[in-house]
Design a protein around this ligand. Sequence first.
Ligand code: HEM
Ligand SMILES: CC(C)=CCC/C(C)=C/CC/C(C)=C/COP(=O)(O)OP(=O)(O)O
Length: 299
Amino acid sequence: MIEQRTQSNQLTSLVGLVKDLYEITKPKVVFMLVITAIVGMVLAQPTLPSLSLLFVASLGIGLLSAAAAAMNHIVDQKIDAKMARTYNRPIAKGRLTNQQAIGFSLFLAFSGFVLLYFEVNPLTAWLTLASLFGYAVVYTLILKRLTPQNIVIGGLAGAMPPLLGWCAITGEIHPHALLLVMIIFTWTPPHFWALAIHRKEDYARVNIPMLPVTHGNEFTKNTIMLYTILLTLVCILPYLVGMTGILYLVVSLGLNVVFLRYAWLLKTTENKQLAMETFKFSIWHLLALFVVLLVDHFI
Ligand code: HEM
Ligand SMILES: CC(C)=CCC/C(C)=C/CC/C(C)=C/COP(=O)(O)OP(=O)(O)O
């Protein structure tokens, strides 16, 4: 009887450990990053790439992204513990030890790098490792605590996956792939600052210089508006250079008109829910944009 109870306790704590390890990989964000990488892979050539290469490259990019996310949890544990949105995270709450989290993230990073280096190509492996470094070290450890432009510069790491995917197929850095990077790069500020307005008190409490904390909501809302206009223009470029067809142009313009409307309402009305709604819309916007890039490629 006692033995049975011990076994069931062990099983419960193992399940808890696996859940916590999974949580620190930011699975939904990594899912989205991998989708954008897959679109880069598919757009890299007129015909569908080999499914095995597509799978291995996605796995490698996903593993390194998950490692970067886990490292972000390790570096940020003290501030996470003090913010309402993040206080319950596994490391901040003490459910995972530093040793477990560091071991896990190094294992993910090592396996992702080896997979990309030997089964895809060395350039993709190095660029993906550089993106991990850009997010876990340059953004999280340095810029996040240093400047309100943290997410503008740090956003480059999260914008890299379409280039990583493209490079996985062709082994080169193509200008068309850079256009896809530019789209995510200009999308990131409105995506994040909308959330930062909603969570301003959290960031102020832990002295993180996010734009709404340092420059106020009104300035942040104006900047969101400007970046959303810039995003709309950048999204037209793939059509102008002949990379996509009319379907992409029409759908992306439609999505951006909705995004612009959110940004405008956020700027001109006092509705407290709008910041969070704008943030949520930004995620659907990016997903839809990349799905339509994919569909457009085959028609
Ligand atoms: C430096 C750049 C970025 C910053 C600072 C940022 C910030 C954030 C934050 C703080 C959240 C968490 C919201 C919450 O816990 O409720 C979030 C969620 C999310 N972000 Fe970003 N983000 C960035 C770039 C990206 C990129 C490049 C992508 C995808 C290509 C992305 C996709 C997502 C998704 C899908 C979610 C929702 C996750 C969920 O519901 O659990 N983000 N972002
Ligand atoms: C290899 C590669 C492509 C790496 C990119 C990795 C990656 C997970 C990018 C996503 C960016 C992101 C979720 C930032 C939020 O960090 P935050 O610390 O501001 O947010 P938090 O408070 O929710 O942790």
